[in-house]
Design a protein around this ligand. Structure first.
Ligand code: FUC
Length: 823
């Protein structure tokens, strides 16, 4: 009885939703390697919890701790002359190698790196006897990690949270026998630091970030440099650690805090950096990191563990509980009873486990809530979790797929607020990007290339000639990022935001595209130089090349932006003259082509692929995340897109597998999407970089590129949502790509464009009940596989070649209950 009441209490959910249980990752042993550890985060403070018995290691991050300082201007005054030469080589000579070399001369500096804050070690005095009943978990329903074990008849428990309302990490340690906790807490960092004992129960680690940190793939004799002058490179940081206990004795010196004979101890971690915005010198105009960290610590220290926990739950549940997802589970779902590592391995070997799939979906939502909070910086390649001084690809913002993928699920998975750090970041890159567009290309608007960082770097990277233009000189950052500005509007219908924030930024990107586009010999508007990230082709002479004209991705991204700008101007009833120029330009964009193999052509011409299974599938941008290709509107292009995917094959890096879940969902092939999801969930422990495949999941369910890269987690959530609900092209499609394996299930709280909140249950692949909450009202068009009835309304579904279409007007705030007409 008691247990039942407890379960009910922990499952407080929004009206109309249902309770999803078993939302835990758990293990019978501590983490051996970093990707076994469990992530916690409040958007700013990240922790990877290892769960060690005698030595607990908690690896720490602070989201604003990056190397470097504000970007330089006047980086490459010779770039424009080389742009003209590159265009001449492309149009007059069709000499792609020459164009490639000119592109190299159009580069600026590399991005900076996201850095680890440090390690917190808890070394516990324990009798050297056998550890029994070891257990560690991450409960994603409550965003709390627990480690528990028994030694010599005494059970020790450690619970950890990263609290957003209190801006501290809290570790609560208890022993079930009085006075049995004896341990030492120490902190260290890979960055330049020193430790000071601030008080009898408190230490602080103060340090400085490097002035510059070369990307991991750059072979450099001196990759990490510091600058101790008053220059603007190298922010300050501070970590404060405080122990609070009613009964223990606490003392501190510069080596750490020592706790003796306690029963119950709370350790508070507070951290801050001097980062004060992308354009502020973090040294002379930096924030007072000491003051910020101290305030958070002092405010938290007067609250009990229980109070901190209650406040944390209230904040986290507010976001997390919006969506619940259940699939019918086989009666003997033995797999679900296994610890997560064993569970993943046996799933990979073929065990059926729908609850692992729904757990993975919710884990992605958990990771987004934990790594991207309004007011903060966006989730980078590793979210906010990084242990390395030179992390893979600088753990930066990679904009030719990765950072966008992080935000694909934000709106549909009902976490619109978590999209905001990315939108704020776009505001920043539009500022530096304006300088880049002008300096590099003599162009209006703002430009962004394939890498950025906390300083909103926007130039083509490569250290002025060392980068490969195949990735470094990709120019489509500003139009692609603008898609997110538009999506946020489509999902919220917030006109004020559209007018004041989104539209001016989208217009700036469109202005850049206007200037960047040139005419080819047939009068089409094309991009040049142009790459298809990060792929190559064999040119007419059989030579391998990568820099050419009008790749399908470039043209699709620009078409997407132009379409959205036109729609936005229409929505606002404003800026007609500009809208009309864009309408005219859109009509002249180089169109899609279907190649001789029946595929959607990737390049300007129907060239062959040296790497037919390349991980990027950039030319399908129009299928997803774009909406230019769809079975209803463009059946021929849809067939070509399908052929492209077949030729590309299913293998890929983590994010590539995740992208393919979304592609197949847009092709309405649920079983193929599901196959890709299973590939994304295949167990791996490979940490070394693999570009050609091997994507999967580590035992903590972090996505493996490999190495760890979080985009696959987020792309996976987006793909699963796309299998259940789509809302591009002004209609909501219910269960568009339901796989046979998900024949019966229910989901509540997904969001559709138009600001509709959608819940559904289905049985044997048919809708039983559904509801649409019209948050702002307006016309609602639903496409479904069967005809529908809407309670209280005289609406009939129309049968079409592509399912049934049900259309009705909604009133703001009203929830419409729907049933399958045959039910
Ligand atoms: C792009 C991808 C790589 C990797 C890197 C961070 O360059 O091609 O696979 O994900 O970003």
């Amino acid at each position: 009885m008691m247990k039942k009441i407890l379960i009910l209490l922990t499952c407080i959910i929004p009206l109309g939703a249902f309770c999803q249980d078993n939302l835990k990752l758990w293990y019978k042993q501590s983490a051996k390697v970093w990707t076994d550890a469990l992530p916690l985060g409040n958007g700013r403070l990240g922790a990877m919890v290892f769960g060690g018995v005698k030595r607990e290691l908690i690896q720490l991050n602070e989201a604003t701790l990056w190397s470097g300082g504000p970007v330089r201007t006047n980086v490459n005054p010779g770039a424009y002359a080389n742009l003209l030469l590159a265009r001449e080589a492309l149009f007059k000579e069709e000499d792609y190698a020459k164009a490639y070399n000119y592109a190299k001369k159009m580069q600026g500096y590399y991005s900076e790196s996201y850095l680890p804050l440090g390690d917190l070690a808890i070394t516990q005095d324990l009798k050297d006897t056998v550890t029994t009943a070891y257990y560690r978990d991450l409960n994603i329903k409550d965003a709390i990690s627990t480690t528990r074990f028994t030694i010599d008849g005494i059970t020790y428990t450690r619970q950890i949270i990263s609290s957003a309302p209190d801006q501290v990490i809290v570790i609560h340690l208890t022993a079930n026998k009085a006075g049995q906790l004896n341990f030492k807490v120490g902190a260290s960092s890979l960055l330049k630091y020193h430790t000071v004992a601030v008080a009898a129960n408190e230490i602080a680690m103060k340090g400085k970030a490097p002035a510059h940190d070369d990307p991991s793939y750059v072979d450099s004799a001196n990759p990490t440099t510091y600058d101790d002058s008053a220059g603007c490179k190298g922010m300050r940081f501070e970590l404060q650690v405080k122990a609070v206990s009613k009964d223990g004795r606490i003392s501190a010196d510069t080596s750490g805090i020592t706790i003796k004979n306690a029963t119950d101890v709370t350790i508070l971690l507070s951290a801050a950096t001097s980062f004060n915005g992308f354009d502020k010198c973090p040294v002379t105009a930096g924030k007072d990191e000491n003051k910020i960290a101290t305030q958070y610590l002092n405010n938290a220290a007067v609250k009990s563990w229980q109070t901190l926990l209650t406040r944390h739950y209230a904040d986290y549940h507010h976001y997390f509980n919006r969506v619940a997802f259940k699939l019918a589970t086989p009666a003997d779902n033995g797999n679900a009873k296994l610890p997560t590592d064993e569970r993943l391995v046996s799933y990979t070997k073929g065990a059926k486990d729908p609850e692992l799939e729904t757990l993975y979906f919710q884990y992605g939502r958990y990771l987004l809530i934990s790594s991207s909070r309004t007011g903060g910086v966006p989730a980078n390649l590793q979210g906010i979790w990084n242990k390395e001084l030179r992390p893979p690809w600088s753990s930066n913002y990679t904009t030719n797929i990765n950072v966008q993928m992080n935000y694909w699920p934000a709106e549909v998975a009902n976490l619109s607020e978590m999209h905001m750090p990315f939108i704020d970041f776009i505001k920043n890159v539009a500022v530096t990007g304006k300088v880049t567009a002008k300096e590099f290309y003599h162009a209006k608007g703002w430009a962004l290339h394939h890498n950025s960082d906390i300083w909103a770097l926007s130039n083509p990277v490569g250290d002025k000639g060392n980068g490969d233009p195949t990735w470094a000189n990709w120019t489509m950052g500003s139009p692609w990022l603008s898609q997110h500005l538009w999506w946020h509007y489509q999902f919220t219908k917030d006109k004020k935001y559209l007018r004041e924030v989104a539209y001016p930024l989208m217009k700036g990107a469109a202005e850049f595209c206007e200037d960047w586009l040139v005419k080819d010999k047939d009068g089409y508007l094309v991009t040049a130089p142009s790459v298809s990230p990060e792929n190559a082709f064999f040119d007419d002479k059989g030579k391998r090349a990568s820099v050419s004209v009008a790749t399908t991705m470039d043209m699709s991204i620009i078409r997407d932006l132009f379409t959205n700008v036109i729609e936005a101007a229409n929505e606002l009833g404003d800026d007609k003259a500009f809208r009309d120029t864009i309408i005219a330009k859109k009509a002249k964009l180089y169109p899609f082509h279907i190649g001789k193999k029946g595929n959607l052509q990737e390049w300007y011409k129907d060239w062959e692929d040296p790497e037919p299974h390349h991980r990027h599938v950039s030319h399908l941008f129009g299928l997803f995340p774009g909406n230019q290709i769809s079975p209803v509107n463009t059946p021929e292009l849809t067939a070509a897109a399908k052929r492209t995917l077949e030729l590309r094959g299913d293998e890929g890096t983590g994010w590539s597998l995740a992208w393919k879940i979304n592609f197949w969902a847009r092709l309405l092939d649920g079983n193929h999407s599901y196959k890709m999801l299973k590939d994304l969930l295949r167990a791996t422990n490979v940490e070394g970089t693999n570009y050609s495949g091997g994507g999967g999941s580590y035992i903590n369910l972090f996505d493996a590129h490999p190495p760890f890269q979080i985009d696959g987690n987020f792309g996976g959530v987006s793909g699963m949502a796309e299998m259940l609900l789509q809302s591009q092209n002004n209609e909501i499609q219910l269960l568009p790509a339901l796989p046979d394996a998900w024949a019966t299930g229910e989901i509540s709280g997904l969001k559709a464009r138009g600001n509709f909140e959608v819940s559904m249950s289905w049985k044997n692949k048919k809708i039983t009940t559904a509801s649409v909450l019209a948050v702002v009202g307006g016309k609602c068009i639903i496409r479904s596989n069967e005809s529908l009835k809407i309670a209280g309304m005289q609406v009939t579904s129309k049968k079409t070649a592509n399912g049934y279409v049900t259309s009705f007007n909604t009133i703001k705030g009203v929830k419409y209950n729907i049933t399958g007409a045959k039910i």
